[in-house]
Ligand binder design. Structure first.
Ligand code: ADP
Ligand code: MG
Length: 608
């Protein structure tokens, strides 16, 4: 029997809307998002949200915006009807959240929707009620200026969709999350969120992003937010991010916006995470509310039905701009923690104000000596420090010399050293070394506090930096050579990382399958450390040099429990202070703890 062609039909509007709803309305939180965006597009000054049974019972959004004219209510629930754009030009110069004209008809096709609106303030309003896509009723109603949308019994007519919903608690949480993300885009709007009959969140109008975040995030996070503020040509990035010390194991506090539109964009997420890299442990996540602004024509928001993803014209440029902006804020904080410069303004101007002349170190040193008690107590140590600064002995541990190149000879004694005491990194940082405790921590005094440095972490940072900045190091010959038997999986892995290992300063040979001969090792590793390092990388997944530097720095760094002579400790501290990042070791653990006057006063209960 011949197969008959099937006839092509235009789908009935209800079905068209339901198909569109499949993309736009995934769950209750997507309903809330569409309704809130409409209220914001209508220039509302006050928005109230009501959510019942996780949004499956009722989602209601009421605003005091411009409203919808009575004869246009029906149009509002008709597909591809919008007041927000009229031409293609508008589409690529969007100033509104909405533009597709799909949300209300989609919603109306999968729920019982009632839309009530008033365009004047005299209490005269009109409504339209739609049940699963069919207009059921319309007529006059009572409402002061604005619009109220009620969405009941979501997905009543689509049982398949209902099955995909999680518990009302989970769906309710998603609704609240969507609400919070949008509430950050318009600080001047008063937002209220009611669950059942309880007001869960009330956010009065403000002009301070931090204030609004305080209503959403716990104090432990909001107490230490860092401002981000950078611009480049036609782009700007603004917002607040968490200090690395305050991050938490929660991944859902990363709020990103492009031209005030909340987005879950992978590129931007990666840019932020990248900036925090090396400052966080695994399972720690940055917290941020960041607003990227750029010309609308540089970004296409019409690539995702729910508009959660965007496409940038120049991805690389956006990526590095965002990463750099966050990085600068973090680095400013780290400088501040070390030097106590105010991190609110630019690092350079703060530097210039606080350290107006090159004599800064000298001034600080002399203010030390004016303090009689300090002078008396630390006189001997300070003498040591001074002596050390003038005649540095050979570095006792790898990587601790002032010079990064092992070849360049260092003057060993005498007045030949051009630097004066006031120029040493320790003095410049206003720090005085007091001693080592528990054979693990170095204790320092600064003019306004106590500093504890983790010797292993600091040395790791120094070695990492040296590894990173050194050109291909020459291997140190091993005699006798080291032999390492290999498991077949290690054998494969060895092939993959062979090139990296020789870049790191290893000279390797495979005598026969399953046996690795190590003929030369990086000069800063002892043979047993080299063996441990090789065993580690052969069992690891990492292939990038950065991770390998981290692992190698960890192996070569002096350990907790090693006694350090004063000169050794001073060498370490100076080398550490010369590193661009002094706050965290390459794994992301803190290197330094600071107790300032306020901390001590609190601990001694001198102050409440
Ligand atoms: P879009 O937002 O993409 O235009 P919608 O289906 O969400 O499409 O809304 C259709 C139209 O209904 C909007 O263009 C707008 O004119 C009107 N509208 C919807 N919600 C509101 C509201 N809260 N206040 C005023 N007008 C609204
Ligand atoms: Mg809309």
């Amino acid at each position: 029997m011949p197969v008959m062609p099937r006839s092509i039909r235009i789908l009935p509007p209800e079905l068209q809307n339901q198909i569109a709803a499949g993309e736009v309305v995934e769950r209750p939180s997507s309903v809330l998002k569409e309704l809130l965006e409409n209220s914001l597009d209508a220039d509302a000054g006050r928005i109230q949200v009501l959510v019942d049974r996780g949004g499956q019972g009722l989602i209601q959004v009421q605003d005091d915006g411009v409203g919808i004219l009575p004869h246009e209510l029906e149009l509002a629930v008709t597909r591809h009807a919008t007041s927000k754009i009229a031409s293609q030009e508008d589409l690529f110069n969007l100033r509104s959240f909405g533009f597709r004209g799909e949300a209300l008809p989609s919603l109306a096709s999968v729920s019982r929707l009632k839309l009530t609106s008033a365009t004047s303030g005299d209490g005269e309003a009109f409504f339209i009620a739609v049940d699963a896509g069919r207009i059921m009723d319309q007529g006059p109603a009572a409402l002061t200026r604005g619009t109220k949308v009620e969405v009941r019994d979501l997905f009543v007519n689509i049982p398949a969709r209902l099955k995909f919903l999680k518990t009302p608690t989970t769906e309710g949480k998603r609704c609240q999350d969507v609400f919070c993300r949008l509430a950050l885009t318009r600080l001047s709007v008063h937002f209220e969120y009611v669950v059942g009959s309880r007001t869960a969140l009330s956010m009065p109008a403000t002009n301070d992003l931090r204030q609004r975040l305080e209503l959403i995030w716990p104090d432990s996070v909001t107490e230490n937010l860092l401002p981000v503020l950078s611009s480049q040509d036609d782009m700007s990035l603004q917002g607040l991010i968490s200090a690395p010390h305050n991050v938490q194991g929660q991944a859902d506090r990363l709020f990103l916006y492009v031209n005030d539109r909340p987005v879950q964009d992978k590129l931007l997420l990666r840019a932020v995470r990248d900036a925090y890299q090396g400052r966080l442990l695994t399972k720690e996540y940055p917290q941020a509310a960041l607003f990227l602004s750029m010309p609308p024509e540089e970004v296409d928001v019409n690539v995702h039905p729910a508009k959660a993803e965007v496409r940038f014209r120049n991805q690389q440029r956006v990526f590095s701009f965002v990463r750099q902006g966050v990085l600068q804020a973090l680095e400013r904080l780290e400088k501040h923690r070390l030097f106590r410069t105010p991190f609110a303004d630019s690092a350079d101007s703060a530097q210039a104000r606080l350290f107006p002349s090159a004599d800064f170190g000298k001034n600080l040193a002399s203010s030390y000596s004016q303090d009689v008690r300090t002078k008396y107590k630390f006189a001997a140590l300070r003498e040591d420090q001074r002596e050390f600064e003038q005649t540095p002995p050979a570095p006792p541990y790898p990587g601790l010399g002032a010079s990064s190149s092992p070849q360049s000879a260092r003057p060993q004694a005498g007045p030949a050293v051009p630097s004066t005491a006031s120029e040493s990194p320790l003095t410049r940082a206003g720090m005085l070394y007091l001693g080592q405790t528990m054979d693990s921590y170095l204790v320092l005094a600064s003019s306004d506090g106590l500093i504890l440095v983790d010797q292993h972490a600091a040395h790791e940072r120094v070695l990492f930096q040296r590894l990173k900045s050194s050109v291909r190091p020459l291997p140190r010959d091993l005699l006798p050579t080291l032999e390492i038997p290999l498991h077949p999986t290690q054998q494969d892995r060895l092939q993959d990382i062979w090139a990296q290992l020789s870049k790191l300063g290893f000279r390797l040979a495979t005598l026969r399958p399953g046996l690795l001969e190590v003929q030369g090792i990086p000069e800063h590793l002892e043979p047993h450390q080299a063996r441990e390092f090789l065993m580690d990388v052969l069992d690891d997944q990492a292939e990038d040099l950065e991770t390998m530097w981290t692992m190698m720095a960890c192996k070569a760094a002096l350990k907790a429990g090693q006694t350090l002579a004063i000169s050794e400790a001073l060498h370490l501290l100076e080398a550490w202070l010369e590193c661009p990042d002094t706050s965290f070791c390459p794994h992301g653990r803190p290197i330094m703890l600071r107790l300032d006057r306020g901390d001590l006063e609190r601990m001694f209960k001198r102050r409440g």
